[in-house]
Design a binder for this molecule. Structure first.
Ligand code: FES
Length: 189
C-alpha cells in the first residue's frame, strides 16, 4: 500500500476521540487512531497508515512506530481475514491450549505465525487474553471463543470457512464466567 487516508467515518470518530485529550497532549490518542488505521487497512498497519497517524497527532513517525511495534494487537504485516489468537498462558495451557494450537496447525496445514494460502486464517500465539476462567480461549478478530475443545475448534474453523454465523463466547453454554450449572447449559448471557 503506497498511500493511506482515513475515511469520512473515521475522521468523524477521530474528531470525537481528540476531544478526550488537551490539545497539547493529543499524542495520547495514538492507540485509538492506530486501531482505526488498522481496521481501515485490512487488519494491519502499512507504513503510510502509521505516517498518517503521526501527521494527525504531530508526532515523529518513529514514536508511532514504537507504539505500533510494542502492542501485540497491532500487526505490522498483512494478516488473513481471520486472525486466530490462541492464548498460551498458564491457565489456558493447563486446560488444553496446546491441543487447541496443534488442532489449528493440523486442520489448517500451517505453522504458528503463518497465513493459509487462501488468505483466510493467520495463526498466532498470544499471552493471557483476560478470560482465563473460561480457558482455553482463542480470540478471532474482535470475538472470544471460550471453553474450547479440539473438536469445537475444528467446528469453529469450518464454520468460519463456510461463512456461517458463529456462537461466540463459551462453547459449552456456560453463562458469562459462572461455574458450569448443568441445568443452565444453553442459556446465554
Ligand atoms: S490464560 Fe488464557 S485467557 Fe488468561
Amino acid at each position: 500500500m503506497n498511500s493511506f487516508s482515513f475515511s469520512k467515518d473515521s475522521l468523524a470518530k477521530i474528531d470525537t476521540i481528540l476531544t478526550h485529550y488537551p490539545p497539547e497532549r493529543k499524542a495520547s490518542a495514538v492507540l485509538p487512531l492506530l486501531d482505526l488505521a488498522q481496521r481501515e487497512s485490512g487488519g494491519w498497519l502499512p507504513t503510510p497508515a502509521m505516517e498518517a497517524v503521526a501527521t494527525m497527532l504531530s508526532m515523529p513517525f518513529i514514536k508511532v512506530y514504537e507504539v505500533a511495534s510494542f502492542y501485540t494487537m497491532f500487526n505490522l504485516k498483512p494478516i488473513g481475514k481471520y486472525h486466530l489468537q490462541v492464548c498460551g498462558t498458564t491457565p489456558c495451557w493447563l486446560r488444553g491450549a496446546e491441543d487447541i494450537m496443534n488442532t489449528c496447525k493440523k486442520h489448517l496445514g500451517i505453522q504458528k505465525g503463518a497465513t493459509t494460502d487462501d488468505g483466510l486464517f493467520t495463526l498466532s500465539e498470544f499471552e493471557c487474553l483476560g478470560a482465563c476462567v473460561n480457558a482455553p480461549v482463542v480470540q478471532i478478530n474482535d470475538d472470544y471463543f471460550e471453553d474450547l475443545t479440539p473438536e469445537k475448534m475444528v467446528e469453529v474453523l469450518d464454520d468460519l470457512k463456510a461463512g456461517k454465523s458463529l456462537h461466540k463466547g463459551s462453547q459449552i453454554g456456560r453463562q458469562c464466567s459462572k461455574a458450569i450449572d448443568p441445568a443452565k447449559v444453553g442459556e446465554s448471557c
